[in-house]
Design a binder for this molecule. Structure first.
Ligand SMILES: Nc1ncnc2c1ncn2[C@@H]1O[C@H](COP(=O)(O)OP(=O)(O)O)[C@@H](O)[C@H]1O
Ligand SMILES: [Mg+2]
Length: 279
């Protein structure tokens, strides 16, 4: 496919299967999945409810273990890591975005974003700099001290994206990130994810039911009852900025206008790690 750079894929899934035991029964949730994902790709994973999308996402993110097969990420077969190694690997390499944001209600936006950094060796000052850069990136610098219940759904999801980004992971997994949002805020969140791929080279695997969300991705992958049924190389509808449909471009400019009006200094222009003492 044209969007994929040459060389080794960042994520290589080979003959991956997952089943759960239920009494005497084995429930096969994923069956012989093979999939390559290249660095800088934005992939949408679609399929009916119960088809195994979240299970596959959790396996890629190292929060679940396969029954058989391999998941090589950046040259490491993550199925061979111990729980402790996996936790360290995850903290360094993967950011999560969930449908219902999963923010801690008793923590402010900034404190929520700081949480993953508490698992690192970074000192307080450096952590605060990273948090400020991540807040800036999602256009919420002026909401740092707000609690989740003082934020809209779209703003909460942007805080969650900042939390996913603050450790500067290579991979972001998102499980129905727009599932709880209206169209406009959903489009805003998608534009932000798209910008992370375009401007920072992040690799995103996103589960979605929403055709609009899927249209934002460069590649669609479909699961049916645990089987990868096809891979659609999305020609004219693919999402790279240069090839965006007029509607998507219009949404982009609308978001840029809103961001400008609300004082956000441009969305996704630099990785948190690259930011100095700004903000
Ligand atoms: N921990 C578990 N134990 C047993 N069955 C599970 C478990 N987690 C998921 N499943 C089953 O695996 C199937 C796929 O679930 P899931 O990956 O959540 O689907 P999707 O995200 O596509 O809706 C479902 O039939 C679900 O009941
Ligand atoms: Mg699911």
């Amino acid at each position: 496919m044209s969007a994929a750079p040459g060389g080794e894929p960042l994520i290589r899934i080979s003959h991956l299967s997952k089943s759960y035991h239920r009494g005497a029964q084995d429930i096969e949730v994923l069956v012989d999945i093979n999939l390559d994902v290249f660095e800088g790709e934005f992939i949408a994973l679609m399929g009916p409810s119960g088809s195994g999308k979240s299970t596959l996402l959790n396996l890629i993110a190292g929060i679940d273990q396969p029954t058989s097969g391999r998941i090589d990420i950046g040259g490491i077969d993550i199925a061979t890591l111990s729980e402790g190694q996996l936790a360290d690997w995850r903290a360094a390499n993967v950011g999560f975005v969930f449908q219902f944001y999963n923010l801690m209600p008793v923590l402010s936006a900034a404190e929520n974003i700081e949480l993953p950094l508490l698992l690192t060796d970074l000192r307080g000052g450096e952590r605060r700099e990273r948090v400020a850069a991540a807040l800036d990136l999602v256009g919420l610098s002026d909401r740092a001290d707000h609690y989740p219940n003082e934020l809209s759904g779209g703003q909460q999801q942007r805080v969650a994206i900042a939390r996913a980004l603050v450790t500067d992971p290579r991979i972001i997994v998102a499980d129905e990130p727009t599932g709880d949002l209206d169209r406009t805020t959903g489009a805003e969140v998608l534009a932000l994810l798209h910008a992370l791929v375009r401007d920072q080279g992040k690799t995103i695997v996103m589960v979605t039911h929403d055709p609009k969300a899927a249209a934002r991705a460069q590649r669609l992958v479909h699961l049916e009852k645990g089987v990868l049924v096809d891979e659609v190389d999305d020609g004219p509808d693919a999402a790279p900025a240069s090839a965006a449909s007029p509607a998507v471009t219009a949404i982009d400019s609308a978001i840029a206008d809103v961001a400008a009006a609300s004082g956000a200094s441009g969305v996704a222009t630099a990785a948190p790690a690259d930011r100095g003492s700004g903000a």
